[in-house]
Design a protein around this ligand. Structure first.
Ligand code: IMP
Length: 199
């Protein structure tokens, strides 16, 4: 029987990305698929904590193996800010990417060191064991936004080795991103484990 794993998200793009990397060998379910509409509180102070909170919530309430992700932009000159608070950096009720970017650029005005990285952490709970996978992409913050693609901080982030922002890189981003790297590690682990079992 095919192994089933819940991915604690309703983001169709993220689901597709992971499903493609698993090559159909594991059945992936979204929160919607398990009829979970809870707003899982992300009360952690690190990406690791938040990913684990989400994975634990599903594991405890639904009794299923599952994984969850959390991502942040970590800016060197700001001591790792906005980090775990990336989605709500500018405050306010919803997630406002424009306001978040404005705040970031304002805080970096006149600052020479613009080094930054995106970091994704995936927490997996499988057969009662907990695992973590990390994906990082290093780069720098521009002085003004460029490009219309992507989401979040994409228009102000240029990955190392490129001279365009994530928002200008189109599909390239999906291959080199922090999330792709973390997912690659998760998929490598899961497929390797399955391989061992099937031998
Ligand atoms: P999440 O954990 O994937 O929901 O990401 C948290 C926040 O980090 C998002 O709301 C965005 O502000 C930011 N973020 C995450 N991934 C990306 C990305 O690939 N590009 C730009 N911003 C991102």
């Amino acid at each position: 029987m095919k192994e089933t794993l819940v991915f604690a998200t309703n983001n169709a793009h993220k689901l597709e990305e992971v499903a493609a990397m698993l090559g159909g060998r594991i059945e992936l379910l979204s929160l919607r698929d398990i009829h979970c509409d809870a707003d899982i509180p992300e009360t952690g102070t690190t990406l690791e904590e938040n990913a684990l909170i989400k994975a634990r919530y599903i594991n405890e309430h639904y009794g299923t193996d599952c994984f969850a992700d959390d991502t942040g932009l970590e800016v060197e000159a700001l001591g790792g800010e906005p980090g775990v608070y990336s989605a709500r950096y500018a405050g306010g009720p919803g997630h406002d990417s424009e306001a978040n970017m404005r705040k970031l650029l304002a805080r970096l005005e006149g600052v020479e060191n613009r080094r930054a990285r995106f970091r994704t952490v995936i927490a997996l709970i499988r057969h009662g064991q907990t695992y973590e996978f990390e994906g990082i992409v290093e780069g720098h913050i521009t002085t003004e936004p460029h490009g219309n693609g992507g989401f979040g901080y994409d228009p102000v982030f240029v990955p190392d080795g490129y001279d365009r922002t994530f928002a200008e890189l189109g599909d390239v981003k999906n291959h080199i991103s922090h999330r792709a790297r973390a997912v690659e590690r998760l998929a490598g682990f899961l497929l390797n484990e399955k391989g061992k079992k099937e031998m």
